[in-house]
Write a protein that binds this ligand. Sequence first.
Ligand code: NAD
Length: 428
Amino acid sequence: MKICVVGAGYVGLTLSVALASFGHDMICTDKDLKKIEQLKNGDIPFYEPGLLDALHHCGNLSFSSEVKSSMEECPVIFIAVGTPPRSDGSADTKALQSVISDLSEAIRSYKTIITKSTVPPGTNENIAKQLIASGVSENLFNIVSNPEFLREGNALYDMLHPDKTVIGVQEKDHVSAAIVKSIYKHIDTPYVVTSLAGAELIKYASNFFLAAKISFINEMARICEAYHSDISDISRAIGLDPRIGGHFLQAGIGYGGSCFPKDLQALQFAAQEKNTETYLLQAVQHINDTQLGLYIKKIKSFCDTLHGKKAAVLGISFKPHTDDIRNSQAVRMMERLTELGCHVHAYDPAAVLPEHLRQHVTQQSQAFDAIAESDFLFLATEWPEFLALDWKKAASIMKGRLVIDGRNVLKKELLEDCGLICTGVGRP
Ligand code: NAD
C-alpha cells in the first residue's frame, strides 16, 4: 500500500521504518528541511537504538519536504506531528491544524486519514468537520484515531510488537478498521476498535495511569522515609501481585519526557472544559512537581551551603537510551542547583544540554571529567554505564563523599565500601 507519514519525529520516523519493513511503499514527509536532508543522507535526527540500522535496510522508504504533494499521492495518510503543551496546559494542535489545512487542498481521491499524534478528545471529530467546511466531500475521506504507545529507547521494538492496537473510527465508518488492520497485518496484536473520542481517551488514560504509579510510589517513599523503611522492598512485594504489576514502581526524582507531563496537563484541561473535577490527576502532578524539592532538602542536610559547590550530574535525558530532554527531571534538577549557586558539570552518553543551561552548566564528554573534584554527585538518569561505574575511581577523584541516587538504582553498600555516602529516597 502507498502510505504517507507526516512528521519525521520519534513516532513518525519509527512508524515509517516499521511499515516499510512490512513492504508498504512509504513516503515520510516533514516541513523541517534540515531533518529531511539529514534523512535523505541516511542519518537520523535523534538517538534511538536500532533505528538507524533498520533505516539503512529499508528499500521502499523515501523522504520529502513536500508535505502537500506527498499526501496527494497516497490513499493512506498517517499524521504524527507534535502536540506540545500551551501555557494554559491545553494541547497545542496548531501543527495538526496546519497539516489538515494542507490536506484539504490535497484530497482529490479517497483517503484514510489516521492520526497518530496524541490529541484531546474531540480533536479528530473536529478535523472531519474542518475538512468538510473547507469544501472536501465527506465521501472522499475517513478519519481514524490510532494512538501510539511506543517508549523512546525501545521505539522500533514497541512499534513492531505493540501490546494492543487501538483504532478509533467515526460512527458510520465501516471500512477504516479493516484498512488499518490490513496495514498492520504483520503484527500479532489484540485490536481495540472504538469511537474516535474513545481512542483519544485511551491514550491519555494510559499515560495518566503510568504517571499515577510513579507518583504513588514516590509518595510511599516519603512515608517510608518517616518510618525508616526501604521503598524498594515495598515496590518488589506489591509488584509481585499481578493485579498491581512491577513496572513503574521505582521511586526517584519523578517522571518527565515529552509525553507524561504534557498529556496529564492536556487531560486535566479537557476535563475542566467539561466541568469535570480531577482530584487524582491533580494529585499525581503535584507529587511529581514537588519531588525534586525533597532531593534539594536532602542535599542541604549534608552541605551547609550549596553556593560555590561543584556538583556532578550524571544524566541529562529524561530517561536512558534516548537523547530526548523534553521535560527532563535531570534538566530541572540542574536548573535548581545552578539557581542555588552550584557549579554544575554534567555528563550524558547521548543527550546535550538545552540552550538555556549551556551558559551555566559545563557539559563534559566523560563521566569522570564531570565527577573530578565534585563536592557531590547526583545520579539523574539511570543509564546502564552509570550503574556499572567504577565507584572506587569516582571516590578517589571526588572532593566530597555524597552521592545522591535520584533513581534508587545504585548499590548503596558497594558505594559505602568505597568510602562514599549514598542516599536515595525512601531508603534507610
Ligand atoms: P517530534 O517533535 O519528535 O516530531 C514531530 C515532527 O512533526 C517534527 O519533525 C516536526 O518538524 C513535524 N511537523 C510539525 N508540523 C508539521 C507540519 N505542518 N507538516 C509536516 N511536519 C510537521 O514528536 P514525536 O515525539 O514524534 O510525537 C509526535 C506525536 O506522537 C505527539 O502528539 C506525541 O505526544 C505522540 N507520541 C509521542 C511518543 C514519544 O515517545 N515521543 C509516544 C507516543 C505518542
